[in-house]
Design a protein around this ligand. Structure first.
Ligand code: HDE
Length: 712
């Protein structure tokens, strides 16, 4: 049985059949032979040469030599978890997909989150899009929803994907930089691609530096189709909304995290699940009747556009919960193979030209990554529905199919396996009338690249706009080619003139609105597709696009650091810890060393971290413990700069800080200062309800509005 669910988990049961544990077992070779000495190779004399006949050494080294497989060409760095998708409201009016029609139905899932550009060993906190790929192990076969944490994409056509990725990946001559878009080739490409500007607004926003994988949204990006029992069609956009809200870190913080703990997101997800803080998302859809396809001021098939929630609301139908860590990273998270083409009856594709290209790419890439067309037999990829077909052989075939025939039609096998009728669950593509001239061109309905970039920018709060501007300045300042910087500013001018001029000033370039067709391309490469119309969006601003409007009512699973030394008020530490933990937060003690800390009443506390082994960036909020003795020890020269750095950094990153009794000296010496400013996230013992105020401040995540004040 799976945790927190009612139904037996068929996927977990299936995986169990392939799992093993070495507990209390004897060491063996791969042939099952027990090994007597795993320390020494077989030699001709203790100091003599090794013998070729040492099959045990040869087996061990040979296996080791072949341990690596190619990493994913994109989304190489990932973190995965098992979970359950539960349907709370039926979608039967719109789709016949079984797992979306039976209320209460629980479907096992495996989810893999990822960064896009960096290689497998790169940092989690890169400024990047995050992959959000879900494999639903449904009874009708595997359904994969391979989405991102941003609802749009950089390009409109699969033809441009290799160009986009080559531009963002490390440059080919020197393989620099790793996991970063702040370099010449990325911005050169973007500056020539107006269709990317909407996605670039998202990429430069704080969505690209999430606080946690558990605190980001998931989007299917493309429009897909739902088909119900009667064959009725709706366009559908998929959404996952995190119950903890959508939260991010500051860019400076992200850079420090990359040094202090480059596995920050991976660790956070792992620990949350181990602690029973199961991440949860509301599953929602935007449904558009087929007849309304053309009622928008953009094309539903264009993946650089979102459907504003003001025009089509997101309706919530289910819950996605991650409740089990993988047992083995390689076997599960690395070998899992997603494919947007893995669909089931009731769901179908649209003609989105980006989606259409993806349908080719994903199986193809598994062949080079996993090395065989039998990758579907790897336990994590197996369907919980049994597989019967006439495909056979290939590297590493596992299934032993009995019988003589492996062709269809056959009489030697009694005609088996049979085709399934639609009524028996046989998949039938949506019947759709298609006509057109064979032509290599882009639809005119795709030639509006700035209106939704404006919509996104105009929907942001003041601090979010500031962060976006700073991100553009940071990234473009790393571009060595002035003409690229200028061209990009020329693109920004179509989105917001003030933004463009503020960025331009910092880059030392002028704002020149680009002419279309794009004059900066050589004459013979000027492509009609690369130009844009100027158009205002129908929806001017959308609440759902600003993180300011996200959920801010919980401190569940937030990490609070208690800074302490000998002489703390032990009773107060216990009390606050209890209060915070009751609300679901996690408390960790930080002291000058890892030695036990004695409280004023003799109680002892065991620190998890020392001031040198961790950093404020690993915490959501700080409590500076009360106690004269503690403050005195924290203020000795050896500790003082460390503790002040801790406080100053948390302050700069707009976090909640609670100063206990007798800690004025620390506050005074830090950037917080003694002067009482209007700051709801600085809490002292003199406050009316300090504990409550602290909790409220943590719920709000950060006081971004006070960022300039706090960084004076
Ligand atoms: Fe992917 N993408 N992609 N992509 N993508 C891959 O498949 C590709 C696109 C996404 O955790 C690869 O198995 C093309 C959009 C995620 O294993 C590869 C195009 C979206 C993941 C591939 C796109 C995505 C991938 C690399 C444009 C958001 C990680 C390894 C036509 C909706 C899945 C692999 C995981 C992975 C190709 C565009 C999301 C090469 C050709 C748009 C989350 O097949």
């Amino acid at each position: 049985m799976n945790m927190k669910t009612n139904e037996p988990n068929k996927k977990a049961e299936q995986l169990d059949l392939h799992s093993t544990s070495n507990e209390n077992e004897k060491l063996t070779t791969n042939q099952g032979l027990k090994i007597n000495n795993n320390q020494d190779s077989l030699k001709a004399g203790g100091r003599g040469p090794s013998l070729l006949e040492d099959f045990i050494l040869r087996e061990k080294i040979t296996h080791f030599d072949h341990e690596r497989i190619p990493e994913r060409v994109v989304h190489a760095r990932g973190s995965g978890a098992h979970g359950i998708f539960k349907l709370n409201k039926s979608l039967a009016d719109y789709t016949k997909a079984g797992f979306l029609t039976k209320v209460g139905k629980e479907t096992p899932v495996f989810v893999r989150f990822s960064t896009v550009a960096g290689s497998k060993g790169s940092t989690d906190l890169a400024r990047d899009v995050r992959g959000f790929a879900i494999k639903f192990y449904t009874e009708e076969g595997n359904y994969d929803l391979v989405g991102n944490n941003m609802p749009v994409f950089f390009i409109q056509d699969a033809m441009k994907f290799p160009d986009l990725i080559h531009a963002v990946k490390p440059e080919p001559d020197n393989e620099i930089p790793q996991a970063a878009s702040a370099h010449d080739t990325f911005w050169d490409f973007i500056s020539l691609m107006p269709e990317s500007m909407h996605m670039v607004m998202w990429l430069m926003s704080d969505r690209a530096i999430p606080r946690s994988l558990r605190m980001m949204e998931g989007f299917g990006v493309h429009s897909y189709k739902f088909i119900n029992d009667e064959g009725k069609v709706h366009f559908v956009k998929f959404h996952f909304k995190p119950k903890l809200g959508v939260h991010s870190v500051a860019w400076n913080e992200a850079q420090v995290i990359s040094g202090v703990d480059s596995d920050f997101h991976k660790r956070d997800l792992w620990e949350a699940i181990e602690n029973g803080d199961y991440p949860e998302w509301d599953f929602g859809v935007q449904l558009i009747p087929e007849d309304d396809e053309h009622k928008f001021d953009f094309d539903l098939l264009d993946p650089t556009k979102l459907v504003p929630e003001e025009e089509v609301p997101v309706e919530i139908f289910g819950t996605l919960t991650l409740n089990r860590n993988p047992d083995n990273f390689f076997a599960e998270t690395e070998q899992v193979a997603f494919h947007p083409g893995h669909i089931i009856p009731g769901i179908d594709f649209t003609n989105d030209p980006l989606l259409q290209g993806r349908l080719f790419s994903y199986t193809d890439t598994q062949l080079s990554r996993l090395g065989s067309p039998n990758f579907h037999e790897i336990p994590i990829n197996r369907s919980i529905n049994t597989v019967h077909n006439n495909q056979r052989d290939g590297h590493m075939r596992q299934q032993i199919v009995k019988g003589k025939s492996s062709y269809d039609p056959n009489s030697t096998g009694g005609g088996c396996p049979f085709q399934a009728m639609m009524s028996e669950g046989g998949f039938v593509s949506q019947e759709e009338r298609v006509s057109g001239t064979k032509i290599r061109e882009r639809s005119k309905s795709f030639v509006d690249h700035y209106s939704q970039a404006k919509l996104f920018y105009n929907s942001q709060s003041t601090p979010e706009k500031q962060h976006l501007e700073n991100a553009l300045i940071f990234e473009l300042s790393k571009v060595s080619l002035p003409e690229v910087r200028e061209r990009l500013v020329g693109q920004l001018a179509y989105i917001d003139m003030i933004l463009a001029s503020r960025v331009a000033e910092k880059l030392g370039v002028e704002v020149k609105k680009l002419d279309w067709p794009n004059q900066s391309l050589p004459a013979d490469s000027t492509i009609a597709d690369l130009q844009s119309e100027e158009k205002e969006p129908k929806t001017k601003a959308s609440e759902a696009l600003s993180m300011r409007n996200t959920i801010k009512n919980t401190i569940k699973s937030r990490k609070i650091g208690f800074i302490m030394a000998n002489g703390i008020n032990g009773g107060e530490v216990d009390d606050l810890k209890k209060t915070l933990e009751k609300e679901g937060a996690r408390v960790e003690f930080i002291a000058p060393t890892l030695a036990k800390v004695s409280a004023d009443d003799g109680e002892e506390f065991i620190p998890k971290h020392s001031l040198t082994s961790t950093s404020s960036v690993c915490f959501d909020a700080l409590f500076i413990c009360s106690g004269e003795g503690s403050v005195k020890e924290l203020m000795i020269p050896e500790n003082k700069h460390l503790v002040l750095h801790f406080i100053n950094e948390a302050y700069k990153h707009c976090k909640a800080i609670y100063f206990g009794t007798d800690t004025e000296m620390l506050r005074n010496k830090s950037n917080v200062g003694l002067e009482k400013r209007e700051d709801p996230a600085i809490i002292t013992r003199e406050d009316a309800n300090p504990k409550e105020k602290f909790i409220q401040a943590i719920e709000k995540h950060r006081v971004w509005d006070l960022e300039s004040e706090r960084n004076r």
